[in-house]
Write a protein that binds this ligand. Structure first.
Ligand code: NAI
Ligand code: MG
Length: 360
């Protein structure tokens, strides 16, 4: 099969982890006789530097013309003092919106072999396998008005959490569809004791749930969900939640797997190209040092194969290689315990590729 992929390396460790992920894709292309064509485009800080905007039109066009988009990460201290509309993150929010990617899927799978890298007890995380479905193009990160204004000698700042019922409906359906092919349990996470938007969120969950009688639905307040994720994460299968709630809960959930450097994500929408990216940021503290863990991005590529290209076997081959690399004890710095040998980004990538090629 031939597929066109737009590659947005971005900033910091973005280009480093992307390079690894593309080498893995090449290995897959070779083994399974596919052709992946890469078009590079700019987003985030590098786009601000070179094109004066975090999301050039050219980048949007390239993404829309492709079968899938692979993104590294954006941002860094260099751009931190820029005004809101010129921030690298604006590029990321913009491309999600442009491609109408309303569902962000963040699978959290605890690898048995990494249990000792987590700060949590083995018995709590052993066997964790959950999926956070984060609403991605509305909610608090997009609501209007957003403003800052002087009021007397004070400053008033406003962000707005707004949803259309239809937006809640479509993300809920996505969640139920996933739960149906997973472990048939959906937890709708909200703050219905305080927020009007959450009360409707809950109503819609119940209503959409009627179309999925095979899926067990429960509701949880977001603050409790944050606690339950650490107390007993195995109670969860699919969690569906508002944009910012999902952002925060998924960083928290990453610690169940040992590191932020392990978590992939897929953003999908109403049929256009999906966007695949690790959940971590540009990690300026380790950028340019060949130290970043490439596995989150490599696992994101596996999600692209599965969700956008219908290549389940190829996706499995990548996931399997990641598991085996970890079982064999290979570690980047973020998942190494004291005294363990630490591999670089490129060395870790090479280990995954060896396994895919069947060279070990
Ligand atoms: P971060 O995710 O970049 O890093 C947090 C910590 O995790 C750092 O200590 C970092 O070294 C470590 N880390 C992250 N990914 C890693 C990997 N693959 N391997 C090993 N260690 C890894 O979050 P932070 O530091 O809050 O933000 C840094 C910059 O990234 C900021 O400019 C922020 O706005 C941006 N950011 C971008 C995101 C994106 O592009 N999707 C998401 C989150 C933050
Ligand atoms: Mg985040």
């Amino acid at each position: 099969m031939k597929k066109k992929i737009t590659v947005l390396p971005g900033d910091g460790i973005g280009p480093e982890v992307i390079q690894g992920a593309l080498q893995v894709l090449d290995a897959i292309a070779n083994k399974y006789n596919h052709e992946f064509e890469y078009t590079y485009a700019k987003i985030g800080g590098i786009a601000i530097d070179e094109c004066d905007t975090p999301l050039p039109q050219e980048t949007i066009d390239a993404c829309k013309a492709s079968d899938g988009v692979l993104l590294g990460a954006v941002g860094g201290p260099k751009w931190d003092t820029l005004p809101g509309h010129m921030r690298p993150e604006k590029g990321l929010l913009g491309i999600r919106k442009e491609l109408d990617l309303f569902a962000n899927l963040r699978p959290v799978t605890a690898h048995d072999s990494l249990a000792d890298s987590s700060t949590l007890k083995r018995e709590v995380i052993d066997g964790v396998d959950l999926m956070i479905v984060r609403e991605l193009t509305s909610g608090l990160y997009f609501g209007e008005p957003r403003e800052r204004r002087e009021e007397g000698d004070d400053l008033v700042v406003v962000d707005t959490l707004a949803y259309k019922r239809s937006e809640i409906e479509r993300i809920m359906k996505q969640g139920f569809e996933l739960a149906r092919v997973r472990n048939k349990k959906l937890t709708s996470v909200d703050k219905a004791n305080v927020l009007e938007s959450s009360r409707v969120w809950r109503e819609v969950a119940i209503e959409v749930g009627k179309e999925y009688p095979d899926v067990e639905l429960d509701h949880m307040l977001v603050d409790n969900a944050a606690m339950q994720l650490i107390r007993n994460p195995k109670q969860f299968d699919v969690m569906v939640t508002e944009n910012m709630f999902g952002d925060i809960l998924s960083d928290e959930a990453s610690m169940l797997t040992g590191s932020l450097g392990m978590l992939p994500s897929a953003s999908i929408g109403s049929g256009g190209p999906g966007l695949y990216e690790p959940i971590h940021g540009s990690a300026p503290d380790i950028a340019g040092q060949n130290k970043a863990n490439p596995l989150a991005t490599i696992a994101s590529v596996a999600m692209m194969l599965k969700y956008s290209f219908g290549m389940a076997e190829e996706a499995n081959a990548i996931d399997q290689a990641i598991s085996e690399v970890l079982e064999a004890g290979f570690r980047t710095g973020d998942i190494a315990n004291p005294g363990e040998e630490v591999l670089s980004t490129t060395e870790m990538t090479a280990k995954v590729i060896e396994l895919i090629k069947g060279e070990v």
